[in-house]
Design a protein around this ligand. Structure first.
Ligand code: ZN
Length: 367
């Protein structure tokens, strides 16, 4: 039997009671009103957790509250009347009353969180991307193209005739490959020296190629077609959409953690401006490009000319930038708009020119 204070849940007045357990029931015996007993099934009482500090307080199903005069007495009473089995609490209580168990639980939470982030999010994003209605994919792609157009690109100066020739060449190349066709749309744009010779693919089948790329490789049409084939690979594998969904889901998870969902999906086109494809995505696109080059009777080595010339273009451009910086020591004098544009050029990391042409990639097309 234990002495405790009982509150009826309506008034702030404490009344002294005696408590004991009797056949799965808690008996609350009111000492001030001799003989009044209240009985509650043990399972319906919200028992206090056994913390090192703090008081013991039990919530009764009728809104009443029991409060122990002394925590140690309460714990001792629970132990004797349940023969050490305890009340409520259970596993969670035993775990967090031990340092070792708490640390083990923390490690488990971090591991599960990390695994969700690393494998769960990409897998879920791929499933969503596969089942997303075409109309939504199209609107994400259209929105991204509009944004990139307004930030980086100008209307193409390539003649309509030449554009038509490239369209026909690429269509013939794609048609040479058996199997179901993937819808795509080829766009030509002038990118200036910031973005330079480049190409990229967006959700909804948009493939953009810059005038500068056509000029750089005009005498090597197979290399241009190889770049387009690489971009078509990104379209076929839905890389743009999968990337968008991954970033959105991660944003959503972060939003879930910090309670802000406003950025979810609303920023989907902007995601494509900042994210970059994983090495796996690039390998897949390269594999598709190689396949398409071979199936259309071309040599995959055409890509080597491309890597070489883009490398030359990049080093020429950085030498130019160094010279400009040297001749203008007071960088404050530089046009702010120009600097913003240079920054924007680095933004579109899904574009072809920003994938490094390393040894592995060169060897892949060489073999
Ligand atoms: Zn790529």
């Amino acid at each position: 039997m234990l002495q405790a204070d009982w509150f009826d849940g309506r008034s702030a007045r404490a009344r002294p009671v005696r408590l004991w357990l009797e056949r799965e029931q808690l008996v609350v015996h009111d000492q001030s009103l001799e003989g009044v007993e209240r009985r509650y099934p043990i399972r319906q009482v919200q028992w206090p957790e056994r913390t090192r500090h703090g008081q013991r307080q039990a919530q009764l199903p009728d809104g009443g509250v029991l409060m122990a005069k002394d925590a140690a007495d309460w714990d001792a009473w629970v132990d004797t009347s349940t023969q050490g089995r305890g009340l409520g609490g259970g596993l969670a209580e035993r775990w967090f009353s031990s340092w070792k168990h708490s640390i083990a639980a923390l490690v488990a939470v971090v591991a599960v969180g990390g695994a969700t982030w690393h494998w769960g999010v990409p897998a879920a994003a791929d499933v969503i991307a596969r089942h997303l209605p075409t109309a939504i994919e199209q609107s994400i792609g259209d929105g991204a193209l509009d944004q990139i157009d307004s930030l980086l690109l100008k209307p193409s100066t390539t003649s309509a005739l030449e554009q038509q020739q490239w369209r026909e060449r690429f269509a013939a190349m794609v048609a040479s490959q058996p199997g179901p066709s993937t819808p795509y749309e080829l766009h030509f744009r002038d990118a200036g020296q910031t973005f330079g010779p480049n190409a990229f693919a967006l959700p909804g089948g948009h493939i953009v190629v810059t005038d500068e790329l056509l000029q750089l490789l005009g005498d090597e049409p197979d290399a241009v077609l190889g770049v387009l084939a690489h971009e078509l690979g990104h379209v076929r594998e839905q890389h743009g959409l999968r990337l968008t969904m991954r970033a959105s889901l991660m944003g959503g998870l972060l939003g879930f953690a910090i309670g802000d969902f406003s950025s979810l999906l609303a920023g989907a086109p902007a995601v494509l401006m900042q994210a970059s494809y994983s090495r796996d995505f690039e390998r897949e696109a390269d594999a598709q490009a190689k396949r398409l080059l071979i199936d259309s009777g071309r040599s995959p080595r055409a890509m080597l000319v491309l890597f070489e010339r883009i490398g030359e273009w990049r080093s020429k451009r950085s030498a130019q930038a160094r010279a400009e910086r040297a001749s203008e020591p007071q960088s404050l004098g530089r046009d702010v708009g120009e600097r913003a544009k240079a920054g924007a050029g680095e933004l579109l990391r899904i574009a072809f020119n920003t994938h490094p042409a390393d040894d592995e990639r060169t060897k892949f097309f060489e073999r």
